[in-house]
Write a protein of this length. Sequence first.
Length: 279
Amino acid sequence: MAVILRNKYYLYSLRELLGAIVEYRGGVGYPCIKFKREEDYLEFKVDICGKTEKFYIKKGTLKKYELQSIYHETFQSYKINGHCYIRPEVQINKGDIVVDAGGCEGYYARYALNMGAHRVIIFEPCKELAQGLRKTFDKEIDTGNVLIIEKALGRGSYKNKLYINQNMLCASSTFKNDENIVEQDVFTVSLDEILEEYGIKHIDIVKMDIEGAEVDAVMGMEKIIRSCHPKMMIATYHAYYNAIKIRRICKKIYSHYKCSTYGCYPFEIPFRPYMTFLR
């Protein structure tokens, strides 16, 4: 594939560039979402791994177009979609323990369970989103297959602020910008500390999309990287240097990691990779 863009650190193909801005014909489309009211929640159903699954969100949180867009970018073919979490090199195996950092609506967590994951540990600092996740996974929480942590991930433990993006709740972040105009108090923790607190000594896969806090979060998981070097898929499009920093941090801790970046996020200059995968 002809290279059409190159900057100081990244080399992009035509497919990577176009994949970010055009719809892939024959890929996963946008699901038809119909809301059903249930007290303070909205219920909706989508297909996950060929099975119709039920999800819940708090009223007034995620909009229909957000849920459709997130579904599309999560499950559209990785061959054209740089944001896709589902790639052969990070395949979930039966019995895996999975960390879903940035649980949001719960699509990836449900996918992981349907693929055979034994346990999914979901981090979601936004209390309204966490409430929806608890209702969606109430049975799995009771059986111990899902653990929801209503905290932000970082390099250590400290009080923090979550800046709520009222235009798009799923883009809320611990980093303030002009669109984030409502604050919530949150507590930030490191993954190493949380796993130790709950007596979890091994994880197999980490999926992470936490709106720019990925570098700090990776710095807070040195012990688990060193002890079991999980496969990781990390969103790196929030800042230009994030892919480089995460690669260096992880390789310094575990030199045998194989690192790949995929996709091109063309909506800010300079362009940056969508995702970084380590295995």
